[in-house]
Design a protein around this ligand. Structure first.
Ligand code: 2AM
Length: 223
């Protein structure tokens, strides 16, 4: 019949509930505001300003937030993405659809392209994580497929002008790949929120002392 064909969404995700969204935005804005006034950041300002060493960078203005805050599980592109239909039909996806849980944000990161939060998934949440999410990034981040499942999980908090949100997960994987290779980065500061490390080329990671826990609903987006 006419209702049998399943309409596959743009993407499946855990969506932050409205009550939690403001708190997360607030904390990330606080972080950006602190970061761009730090001497360590100013030392590497050309990562963000291009050649101009004198230029001030206002990170709050630099990034633009887009759409509802969420952690994508599977980008489906209305069924056009590889594995979209298989994912939509997974028993776990049906079982958990519309259910609420808590996401644990364990780090904030900034690059010249994106700002995001790293998400540490629970074993139950990993049931909704696609097997090939990390491997799909291999052409951009060669070491991605050797990272554990869920490594790519993140919330995009903002993108620089002209940058698509898919970049945020790739930026996170790049930092995790550097860590795995044994690059310690340069721990620049103990901030109130946690310890801040610089990985070169404008890549900053703040490991949160206390994870930010936020209520979410597993659902999908059709626009
Ligand atoms: P995001 O998960 O980093 O925010 C719609 O474009 C959503 O799907 C965005 O949230 C975006 O990035 C994510 N997205 C877009 N293209 C993607 C891709 N090729 N792989 C994974 N996620 C993608």
């Amino acid at each position: 019949g006419q209702f049998e064909e399943m309409f596959i969404p743009s993407f499946f995700a855990w969506f932050l509930l409205p009550s939690a969204k403001d708190m997360v935005v607030c904390k990330s804005m606080d972080f950006l505001r602190t970061l761009d006034t730090m001497e360590a950041f100013k030392k590497h300002i050309t990562d963000f300003s291009g050649k101009d060493e004198e230029k001030e960078v206002d990170l709050e203005q630099y990034f633009e937030a887009k759409g509802p805050l969420h952690c994508t599980t599977k980008f489906c592109d209305f069924g056009k993405a590889e594995g979209a239909k298989e994912y939509a039909m997974k028993p776990a996806v049906k079982d958990f659809y519309g259910s609420t849980s808590e996401l644990s944000l364990t780090a904030l990161f900034v690059t010249p392209r994106t700002v995001g939060a790293r998400v540490s998934l629970t074993d139950e949440q990993l049931l909704l994580w696609p097997d090939d999410a990390e491997k799909e990034a291999e052409s951009v981040v060669p070491a991605a497929s050797s990272l554990p499942p869920g490594s790519r999980a993140h919330v995009t908090l903002g993108c620089a002008e002209g940058v698509e949100p898919v970049q945020t997960g790739l930026d996170l994987l790049e930092i995790l790949a550097l860590q795995k290779e044994g690059q310690q980065g340069e721990t620049v500061d103990e901030m109130e929120l946690g310890s801040l490390t610089y990985y070169g080329e404008g890549r900053w990671l703040l490991s949160l002392r206390e994870p930010i826990c936020t209520p979410v609903c597993f659902s999908s987006y059709y626009q």
